[in-house]
Design a protein around this ligand. Sequence first.
Ligand code: UDP
Ligand code: MG
Length: 167
Amino acid sequence: MEQAALILIKPDGLKKSLTGNILTRLSETKLEIVAAKMARVSRQLAEEHYKHLKDKPFFPEIIRYIQGELHNRHKVLALIYWGEDAIAKCRELAGATNPEEAEPTSIRGSYGRITTAGVYENVIHVSSNIEEAEREIKLWFQPGEVIVNLYPTKEVVKKEVKAKEWT
Ligand code: UDP
Ligand code: MG
């Protein structure tokens, strides 16, 4: 089944200069990239993204992690991969959540680490199922930033919206 997956190259992936390597690995899937951008991660976005983990003891640390506080890189590279079994294919290449348990040749197995504070710094996020992918994609991207129509949209007329333009 054709589906979409949200991928984030997390702040440690950016700091370790792994963007090229990770994208090369993901290109093995032959999936299509239908959106990509650098994104700042507000606390609100971070907490919404990881809301299913709100009650976990490591929640405050992973919020700091995804916001870039642990690496002094306050951004992530966000992409949407689209195609046949996109989620399973990307998760397979990413490897297990715990980088020490991940297949050594997987992205997380190759580049991840566990900090002394116990955070899994695993360089990449991949949506875990179709429902989560839709929820996450709608959180990270506006419809106009995606070059295919993934989900139903509606047209709205916006008045008096402050925006920046090139001078
Ligand atoms: N995480 C962690 N310790 C844990 C579980 C998760 O540090 O025991 C971090 C890790 O960076 C992981 C993220 O929290 O990628 C989200 O956890 P999730 O269970 O959703 O794993 P994922 O879907 O990223 O494999
Ligand atoms: Mg997850």
